[in-house]
Design a protein around this ligand. Structure first.
Ligand code: SF4
Ligand code: SF4
Ligand code: FES
Length: 504
């Protein structure tokens, strides 16, 4: 450990720590713009200047490593004057548009200008003026706001390993842009917005939709692939506006990919299932949940006597939902009639575009399903449908007839006499092939456990309340009751699941 003094306070930090980190770890603020804890140190913005006893000039705290008996001042007159001077230079070309800037409330420059800056500008010359520029992909660039910190460049080059973004021209003409023009293509553009300390890079999905101070951050997990990145779902008035990464050093560090960031947009892309539905003719009509469950139970029981039933479980379901489905199925169908759908995708292009997190398994709970003993039984189900043993199917937690199922099985499932789905979104396939549809919560509306490809069991909690008013536990409890089973105590049930997960 190294012992030094910062602002007359003696502190000890591990050898190799920078003055900036030593201060931050001990609750002493030193403003910084180009420094980012996950990026290589560059020392370009100069706003972190501090005075170190025995050194002729002020030094940048982000690049200076601590030494024993070092004496540092971060707040004397000389430092404050220099800091305010650096800010004045940074603001020379920066428009005074905080009230209408999308980054306001989330902007380091705004915070530092208010705390350390002058209260008026001495710059009377005209500011440079670049038009806002759609740089393709998901971002808009505004060079009038850029402080040339190069965080975005270092992220693309050093973290993604993608050479597509750099700095052009010098001095007053300096601009950040794409090599050879064209469009931004990397697969983690949202992280460039995250690392940008000002509003020079903004996300097309989020910009000007909501002031950040209205947003509540709800901890969540991305369910778009088996990586299980930790996230915050940002919500106002029961509506999701943005998904940002939440630090988890074992899984996603502080990053996430753009597929996960856009996961909430499917809420608007597809129509939600707002009530239970039953088919009459070739159309689905709204019915009460009780009626739909009653009919579903009749169909299941009938097949118990005269044939059998397939249960197709998607890994979009939480462990609790899968275990509930297994409980309903246990007396009614055999394990060979229960099949898991996992969606494996070719991720070569994503990897080439720098997506170092993405897992080829686009199903978020394959490991969870395996712990419950659910596996791919599509071959058995196919032959049982062929021999007319299986004449009906219930889909839980999966996209109906998507690429997760083999084509040959899809063809057979489409010809079944009866099919039902417990699902949150309507698709043309559902309207065409399902006889009963029961609403399920969207991923952002439910709580449950998912196990990622590394084996981490992670809880997801509802970020927004259920708009269709039905929880999965109610659906399964009601169905269990209809099938003459005792209804399920979900508190005990979840404890049992936790035990099973821990025991596996
Ligand atoms: S666009 Fe943002 S992150 Fe990139 S150099 Fe400019 S201020 Fe820094
Ligand atoms: S890598 Fe997977 S889990 Fe992580 S954000 Fe992307 S899609 Fe979501
Ligand atoms: S944070 Fe130290 S020079 Fe920018």
């Amino acid at each position: 450990m190294i012992t030094l003094t910062i602002n007359n306070k003696e502190i000890s930090v591990p050898e190799g720590t920078t003055v900036l980190n030593a201060a931050l770890q001990n609750g002493i603020e030193i403003p910084h713009l180009c420094y980012h804890p996950k990026l290589k140190i560059r020392g370009t913005c100069r706003i972190c200047l501090v005075e170190i006893e025995g050194m002729r000039k002020l030094e940048t705290a982000c690049s200076m490593v601590v030494k024993d008996d070092m004496v540092v001042s971060t707040n004397n007159e000389k430092v404050e004057k220099a800091r305010s001077g650096v800010l004045e230079f940074l603001l020379i070309n920066h428009p005074l548009n905080c009230p209408v800037c999308d980054q306001a409330g989330d902007c380091d420059l705004q915070r530092y200008a208010r705390k350390y800056g002058r209260d008026h500008s001495r710059y009377i010359e005209g500011k440079r003026d670049f038009p806002e520029h759609d740089i393709g992909g998901g971002l808009v660039r505004n060079m009038n706001l850029c402080v040339a910190c190069t965080r975005c460049i270092r992220f693309a080059r050093d973290i993604l390993g993608v050479e597509e973004y750099g700095s052009f021209y010098r001095g007053n003409d300096q601009q950040i842009g794409i090599y050879g023009g064209g469009e931004l293509k990397n697969a983690m553009q949202g992280c460039m917005v995250d690392v940008c300390p000002v509003g020079a890079l903004t996300s097309k999905d989020f910009r000007f939709k909501k002031r950040v101070w209205f947003l509540d951050q709800k901890p969540s997990i991305c369910l778009k692939c088996a990586k299980g990145c930790n996230t915050f779902v940002e919500v106002d008035d029961n509506k999701i506006y943005r998904i940002v990464p939440r630090e988890n050093l074992d899984i996603n560090d502080v990053w996430m990919c753009d597929i996960g960031r856009r996961a909430y947009l499917d809420m608007d892309d597809k129509e939600p299932v707002t009530s239970s539905m039953m088919k009459s003719g070739d159309k689905l009509f709204d019915v009460s949940l009780e009626r739909a469950i009653e009919e579903l139970a009749v169909e299941i029981k009938e097949r118990q006597e005269n044939g059998s039933f397939a249960l197709i479980i998607g890994t979009g379901a939480s462990i609790e939902e899968m275990a509930s489905a297994l409980l309903i199925a246990s007396d009614n169908i055999g394990p060979e009639q229960i099949s898991l759908t996992t969606r494996i995708e070719d991720i070569t292009e994503e990897k080439e575009a720098g997506n170092f997190l993405i897992d080829e398994d686009f199903s978020p709970n394959t490991a969870g399903a395996k712990k419950l003993g659910i596996s791919d039984n599509s071959k058995n189900i196919e032959s049982a449908i062929e021999s007319k043993k299986i004449t009906g199917a219930l889909f839980v937690g999966c996209e109906i007839f998507d690429s997760a199922l083999p084509d040959t099985l899809i063809k057979k499932l489409k010809k079944l006499k009866f099919a039902a789905a417990i699902t949150d979104r309507i698709t043309p396939e559902i309207t065409k092939y399902m006889d009963i549809v029961v609403p399920a919560p969207h991923w952002s509306q439910k709580s449950g456990t998912y196990i990622n490809s590394q084996g981490n069991a992670q809880r997801i909690e509802a970020a927004v309340t259920i708009t269709n008013g039905v929880s999965s536990s109610k659906v399964f409890a009601d169905l269990a009751a209809e099938l003459n089973k005792t209804s399920v105590d979900y508190v005990k049930f979840e404890k049992e699941i936790e035990k099973r997960v821990a025991g596996n």
